[in-house]
Ligand binder design. Structure first.
Ligand SMILES: Nc1ncnc2c1ncn2[C@@H]1O[C@H](COP(=O)(O)OP(=O)(O)OP(=O)(O)O)[C@@H](O)[C@H]1O
Length: 720
């Protein structure tokens, strides 16, 4: 569609002046930073020349004055360096801005005014230095929400001062590339969907992208929510949960400017490092480059002070690959992560002082200083203080008693020896205690007497006891030990975190949420998941009630997102047969080819079919191609049989990879990722049969944007 000439002229001019202003600001900022640089060099020189004396005096009796004198020189340098870094960040933002200063405009008339104001919206704001006039509004500013939430007509937005009402009479979108206006169009001609359709038909990139230009209303409601302490999203595959999570983090950062939230106050928790890597470019793209991020199993390892933990991928592999112990590992995991086992663990913790810690009378120079009964009594009260802390305090108490009895302070060496001695009962070895507890069946059944236990509880206890003797911790036992550790010693690790974002919520069990609760007691949470994308577990909507209960948040909300932006209609329809039929999934009305199932009886024709399909995908111009297998074992075999025939990458747990090209990947590693074309490479009846397998197929099929085909060696799975 041609743009009207006078409007086009106006917009071109407006773009020119915006870019000119940004360039001017870059120039000024660079000049300012040259000055800053010289000032920092001069100040450092002055510091070197004038503080030799103070540095040499630091450890003498004049140390305090020396330190004061030193800081007189260092403080201004720190300030200058901070100023320098702030300006460098501004320059980087402006340099991005001149390439594409804005993507939308709304014309908004405030109710108490007569004129419509042109509000240009971009990825970051641009403000005229002297007049403070806002030339471009940041997409996160309150007024920008009108663009995402309203059609033409009456509209409103919530500003810090309250609700502002008005009217919109124009919604315009721009395509600006490298500072050049390619085209623009107005929303009244219903073209917004066309723009999004065009965007979604493109190839996916190696890493996740920002979506600020096309955020949908229901997504915007989640991104900007500031009301709830716990915001939960149940969204179908491809509905934008991860995108929303990341844009919300960027929004919270922006909000933080006005209420003291800073980057190290937000934490994004990822299920594995491949996913963490995949999403890592979105926030920098949005101008926010240092939100804290963590992988759950790394957090466990930190809590357990680097105890060697079985990787989650290996744990999943052993369940999914139907290994000899697959069923037992699964039911052991289910039991140990359940609210029932949690109750048992809590009773165990309450009993620690009475039944598990072997207190001893304390002697000093053959004189009894304190009896064990007194020590036990000392730590029995104050339920709110973790027992580990009370034991640390007990050490101090004992040292004081000894020093009183000796009538003089204890020397360092003496303290060391006494502590060494009493730590037999003041320092707990949690793994040993847990091992003893699991092995003491009489005690276990006694505290579990009112609790409904799994039928195979005997097997679970035996299996767990055996596993606690191997040199590393199984993934499920690591979570149990982390919970015990946090309950016994408390945690101050993440005390500064005020907002936690958890993606792939369905993969965590109740005990994991208990751990999140203990780690982030005073934080707000954003939790996004899909009950249909579980790995070897069954979930329904009650998951979200359970999360709310565990995290103990009063102000909570659950939003459902049923529209998938990733897959074509055909891929989505095909994938829907693997999930509950009551669930309504809408697609973003994009057409493609019907997925097909290919079967082969022998290895060579099977390999040939896959290679031909890969070739075809490459010829069609697809850039990321995923060959998805049920297990890592299947992925390995496929890789070995194809590696000499075409260029392939095998993705294993925790790998750092570039998803461009042809990738072989187990389904559980592909969660959260997407590919232009997907080939399910082991869709036969041997691999996919059960209800759990259906979910794996759903996850695998919904990784595809444009093309999906399934390949079987031998009989096709009855689930297809
Ligand atoms: N509003 C939007 N505008 C443009 N693209 C979008 C929008 N929302 C989502 N997408 C795109 O849809 C795809 C799926 O998004 P995302 O990965 O965030 O979904 P998800 O719900 O986390 O998926 P899954 O649960 O399957 O991992 C991505 O390519 C994303 O860029």
């Amino acid at each position: 569609m041609e743009n009207e000439p006078s409007e086009l002229h106006f917009e071109k001019k407006r773009l020119e002046t915006t870019i000119a202003l940004a360039k001017k600001q870059i120039h000024e900022a660079k000049y300012k930073n040259e000055e800053n640089k010289s000032a920092i060099i001069a100040a450092k020189q002055e510091l070197r020349e004038n503080t030799v004396h103070s540095i040499s005096n630091l450890s003498s009796s004049e140390g305090f004055e020396a330190l004061a004198e030193l800081s007189q020189y260092t403080n201004p340098i720190t300030e200058k360096v901070m100023d320098y870094e702030k300006i460098e960040k501004k320059i980087a933002t402006l340099e991005k801005l001149i390439k594409s200063p804005y993507f939308a405009r709304i014309d908004f008339k405030f109710d108490d005014e007569d004129e419509f104001e042109k509000v240009y919206i971009g990825r970051s704001s641009l403000i005229e230095d002297d007049s403070y006039e806002i030339i471009v509004y940041d997409w996160r500013s309150p007024i920008a929400s009108v663009f995402y939430r309203f059609a033409l007509g009456k509209a409103y937005y919530d500003a810090p001062s309250g609700r502002i009402t008005g009217e919109v009479n124009l919604k315009r979108e721009y395509e600006i590339v490298n500072g050049e206006l390619k085209y623009f169009y107005d929303a009244e001609v219903q073209i917004v969907d066309e723009f999004l359709k065009k965007l979604l038909s493109q190839n996916t990139s190696n890493q996740m992208k920002a979506i600020v230009e096309t955020i949908q209303k229901e997504q915007d409601l989640v991104i900007r929510d500031m009301e709830n302490e716990l915001m939960m999203v149940q969204g179908v595959a491809g509905s934008g949960k991860t995108s929303v999570a990341l844009h919300r983090a960027a929004y919270l950062m922006y909000q933080g400017l006005s209420n003291t939230l800073s980057s190290n106050n937000i934490m994004i928790i990822s299920p594995n490092s491949l996913f963490e890597q995949y999403i890592s470019s979105v926030l920098p793209e949005l101008g926010e480059d240092n939100v804290a991020s963590a992988v759950f199993e790394e957090m466990l390892s930190e809590i357990l002070q680097n105890e060697h933990i079985q990787p989650r991928s290996e744990f999943l592999e052993s369940i999914i690959s139907s290994s000899k112990y697959g069923a037992l590992i699964k039911s052991s995991m289910e039991f140990k992560m359940s609210p029932e086992f949690l109750e048992i663990l809590n009773s165990f913790i309450s009993d620690l002082a009475y039944q598990w810690i072997e207190f001893e009378d304390v002697y000093y120079k053959n004189k009894c200083i304190v009896k064990k009964e007194i020590l036990r009594d000392k730590i029995s009260g104050r339920k709110e203080t973790p027992i580990g802390m009370k034991l640390e305090q007990l050490e101090e108490y004992i040292l004081d008693l000894i020093s009183e009895s000796k009538k003089k302070p204890l020397g360092k060496l003496e303290v060391f020896h006494i502590k060494n001695d009493i730590q037999r009962f003041t320092k707990l070895n949690i793994k040993n205690l847990y091992r003893k507890f699991i092995n003491n069946k009489e005690y276990f059944y006694h505290i579990a007497k009112d609790i409904e236990l799994h039928d195979d509880i005997e097997e679970i206890l035996r299996f767990t006891a055996e596993n606690l003797n191997i040199p590393y911790l199984c993934y499920d036992d690591a979570a149990v030990l982390a919970y015990l550790h946090l309950k016994i010693y408390g945690s101050r690790e993440y005390i500064n975190i005020k907002q936690v974002v958890i993606d792939e919520a369905q993969d965590y069990y109740p005990l994991h949420y208990e751990i999140f609760h203990l780690l982030f007691k005073h934080s707000k949470f954003t939790i996004l998941g899909d009950i249909n994308q579980t790995l070897e577990k069954k979930e329904d909507l009650s998951l979200y009630e359970q999360i709310q209960k565990i995290l103990d948040k009063k102000k909570a909300s659950l939003i459902t997102m049923n529209k998938s932006f990733r897959c074509t209609n055909e891929i989505l329809n095909y994938s829907s047969k693997f999930i509950d039929h009551d669930l309504e999934i809408k697609s973003f009305n994009r057409d493609g080819e019907e997925p097909k199932v290919y079967t082969s009886d022998d290895a060579s024709s099977f390999n040939h079919k896959i290679i031909s399909e890969v070739q075809l995908c490459l010829e069609e111009g697809y850039e990321t191609i995923g060959l998805i297998c049920k297990t890592a074992q299947n992925a390995d075999l496929l890789y070995e049989s194809l590696k000499d025939k075409t260029n392939l990458k095998l993705i294993k747990s925790g790998d750092v990879v570039d998803l461009h090209g042809v990738n072989i990947i187990p389904v559980y590693m592909s969660k959260g990722l997407e590919f232009d074309a997907v080939l399910i490479c082991d869709a036969d009846s041997k691999n996919y049969q059960s209800e759990d397998d259906k979910k794996l197929l759903y996850i695998a099929c919904t990784r595809a944007l444009h093309r999906l085909n399934l390949f079987c060696r031998g009989e096709a799975s009855p689930l297809l």
